[in-house]
Design a protein around this ligand. Structure first.
Ligand code: DLL
Length: 435
């Protein structure tokens, strides 16, 4: 295997790519119109029919899809084919109301795994490699996506899933892992643990890491590269489009090539929806060009990015996206888990607390922490310490059930959380995740 997994498409000329995209979008819009009444209805409201879409240049005529649509249509409303043709679901970590359930046919899985294989080959992967996948397996797309990609490349695949760092390290050292796939914060943690155990970077056989699912900075890249003695590659994706592998970094490490034969990207002004030219910062929107099970058109990711078609030294021609530079909604990513402040508010109200709270997110030793200060109403206030501790524990457990991760809850006295005159400041994010 050479430097590319699918050289013909990964290095295709712009003309060829546009031709492919034009052909696919016409078919895909027709497929969605015929099979997804929810989206057909949105098109009708906008007065657009498949006849209006003759190619990518007409894409702007189509309506957007948002997370709110996914919620409205939950679970089957955006399904693009008979359920009997689907072989898998994956889902986001959010819970009721915010959960995204995506459906895959076998063809969808194959294309997804090919996208991940492209990322692994771009990081130097071949059939000689031992690829340790420590993204979560299960509903989260990280483990299954990279696992499939690793198989396609022919690497010896270690389906470790996340956690149990001691076991991760034992397998890594005993089996000589050469590629590691996980969140950047977990990579840093593994690196620190190795160092604390007395290993030097040259003691492991790792050469590359494929890290994503959460924002990370160039500083963090350098730290991980130093700790593990590897080259660290970024990978991006979201459940709604497939999962990891929507885009990936090559050796130039100056942005992630979008697999634009499968996912057509646009950058829009998040306020007006207007499409912006390459080079401008805006919200990333994806149209899946060939997905059958969950064929989302013009899906607003809420990730703020810049696109660039500058020539890349790796030879790949696909457009590059910058690392996401923030979000146009209030979603937080904490230890790889997507968290919305509204979920926290829902738990508090459910449990009989006031909606006066503040979420403090930080990164300590490369691991995210989340503390929630919750103000007690005067009638709940108690100066019996054991009573408060009991309440905190019970709230922490309710939060863990809702969010999938456990924050630390601190009950605070009535009227101690500063009231804002404008929008309440619910989140204090002390992590410096954006360069
Ligand atoms: O995080 C898929 C994934 C798994 C990507 C493994 C990469 C590696 P979701 O849980 O649906 O899917 O979260 C998607 O995570 O909209 C971004 O805000 C964020 N995100 C994903 N990759 C990156 C990255 C997976 N490389 C949301 N850098 C997206 C920054 C990222 N943010």
């Amino acid at each position: 295997m050479g430097r590319y997994y699918q050289p013909e498409i990964e290095t295709a000329s712009r003309e060829k790519l546009t031709e492919i995209q034009n052909e696919k979008i016409v078919k895909q819009v027709k497929h969605v119109w015929d099979n997804v009444p929810y989206y057909r209805n949105l098109m009708e409201q906008k007065g657009v029919t498949p006849d209006d879409i003759k190619g990518i240049a007409d894409l702007h005529k189509l309506p957007f899809l948002t997370k709110a649509d996914l919620r409205d249509a939950y679970p089957y409303g955006l399904l693009g084919t008979d359920l009997k043709n689907c072989v898998r679901i994956q889902s986001t970590s959010g819970t009721t109301g915010k959960r995204v359930v995506a459906f895959y046919t076998q063809k969808d899985i194959d294309l997804w795994e090919e996208c991940c294989a492209r990322a692994i080959v771009a990081a130097g992967g071949t059939e000689e490699d031992v690829c340790q996948v420590c993204y979560g397996y299960g509903l989260f797309t990280g483990g299954p996506g990279l696992n499939g990609g690793s198989h396609k490349v022919g690497c010896l695949t270690l389906p470790m899933s996340s956690g149990n760092t001691e076991r991760q390290i034992q397998f890594m050292m005993d089996l000589g892992s050469t590629i590691i796939c996980c969140t950047p914060s977990y990579a840093a943690y593994i690196g620190e643990t190795l160092r604390d155990m007395g290993y030097k970077p040259e003691d492991n056989k790792l050469k590359a890491g494929i890290f994503g699912a959460e924002p990370w900075t160039e500083e963090m890249r350098h730290e991980i590269e130093k700790l593990l003695g590897i080259k660290a590659y970024d990978i991006y994706g979201l459940t709604e489009t497939t999962g990891p592998g929507v885009s990936f970094e090559c050796e130039e490490q100056t942005g992630m090539h979008i697999n634009e034969d499968h996912f057509y990207p646009e950058i829009i002004n998040p306020e007006t929806g207007e499409v912006l030219p390459d080079g401008e910062l805006g919200e990333l929107v994806f149209t899946s060009l060939d997905k059958e099970g969950f064929p989302l058109l013009r899906y607003r990711t809420r990730d703020l990015c810049v696109l660039s078609k500058k020539k890349c030294s790796c030879g790949r021609t696909h457009v590059k996206m910058s690392k996401p530079k923030g979000r146009s909604d209030d979603m937080l990513i904490i230890r790889g888990v997507n968290v919305f402040p509204s979920q926290i508010e829902a738990v508090l109200l459910n449990e009989g607390y006031s909606p006066n709270y503040q979420i403090i997110v930080d990164r300590v030793n490369n691991s995210d922490t989340m503390d929630i200060n919750v103000e007690l109403a005067p009638e709940l206030f108690s100066d019996i310490v054991s009573e408060n501790v009991k309440r905190e524990k019970s709230l922490e457990s309710a939060m863990r059930t809702m969010l999938g991760i456990g924050p630390k809850v601190h009950l605070v006295a009535p009227n101690t959380i500063v009231r804002s005159e404008g929008k309440a400041v619910r989140v204090i994010d002390k992590r410096k995740l954006i360069d």
